[in-house]
Design a protein around this ligand. Sequence first.
Ligand SMILES: *[C@@H]1O[C@H](CO)[C@@H](O)[C@H](O)[C@H]1NC(C)=O
Length: 446
Amino acid sequence: MIEIVIFINLVSLCNFLQIITICSAKATPKRKEGIKTKDQLSTTFSTDSNAEPTRKPVLTISKTRASSKENVEKKPENLPEIQKKSQKFKKKKSNDKEKEKSTSLETITKDIQKSKRFAEQSRNTDKIDQRKTWAAEISKKKCAQLAKLHKERVKGFVAPRTSYKAFESNQSLNRFSDVFCIDSTRVILKKQQNDYIHASWIHIPDSQTSYILTQGPLTDTISDFWTMCLQEKIKYIVMLCPLMEDEEQCAQYFPDEIGQKEKYGNFEVTFQKRCEEPVENVGHSILSVADGEKPAVEINHIWVTWWIDHLAPNNPKDIIKLINWVKSHNPPKTPILVHCNSGAGRAATFAAIDYASIRLKQESDIDMVIIIRELRNMRYQAVQSHLQFLFIHVCLLELFIQKGIIERDSAVELFMEEYRKHADNKLAKRKAGDMGSKNEKQLLHH
Ligand SMILES: *[C@@H]1O[C@H](CO)[C@@H](O)[C@H](O)[C@H]1NC(C)=O
């Protein structure tokens, strides 16, 4: 009996050693090409932006441009550890051959446990460090460097092998003809004659948080919008645009005076009450939404009217506060619905802040370009402008300070100050541009 047990143990040990050897054989060539050490990582931004200098932004879809190079490849985790581990075992193996008979199973088991502990420990230290390392690297950079990175590696990125069939066959239900809706992630309306709405799922890997990003409803899609909200049991709608900027941003899909009721198709929406502002200058009201005879459902409507299209706030604090507030109130596993006019710029930037904070915590070998490309695989053109891309960085630094992960040192302050000036500048230019378009003829003569 004992002999059988020992035999089985030896067989499984042999298998284990074999696997380790195979692992090491596979791991070695890969490491040379793809895996970066911590030191190499610190130069990721500058070297990578040189790597693809000729790419121009793709504004309209061109499927051939989305080459496999642009594919987001996931790199295997902890390869150096596996390697070290297997080298240890290789040595062990040759030693074992010499004094095979004297080796007891006990010592080998101990070694296995030891190397398991070793792998565990190195994984843990990675986890603690990566947001800190990321923040330290970013705060050393100039805004212009990151803007260049957005221009060269994000702005033109389109998810490879993606179809937009529902979008194409439902032109009248789209706010913009050039902001596509990806088939594989679209929100499908169930029990409807037409199942299409311009809305995308954003799932964060290994997280309970999810978002639905959608365009500002059109007059003809308001009842689809409410269908989606009830179907997905939405509790919080975050609206990041006014109804009008230069043109309509969003149809009025809710009444805005206390007690007022409005009908949209089968739906009756009542403005129930106005609540205390969760953040200064952010509206919060409760809408009660009834679908025919079914009992009405209460939905929180959060409204930010001061975030201007294509731009970003100059200060991260209010948006961070709002994200934290919404996340702490939204029931677990319920998607948070976010929209602006297109559902790709402001709305995706909002979701990207939360998404990136989770991804940076999860993975050591990840940067903002990869993160935004992941988002763009789910929502077309997610994060539209370089200012929005910069804003995500500033928000994460602020968030990590508030969480006690990093300190508000002079490098971080300098970075944030540079961003603030840049954002103010962009806003001033926009305002001048608006005046310019009004006095176009006058300005043209100067
Ligand atoms: C809208 O898209 C859906 C899904 O692809 C399709 O079934 C439907 O026929 C389209 N509607 C129109 C009007 O083409």
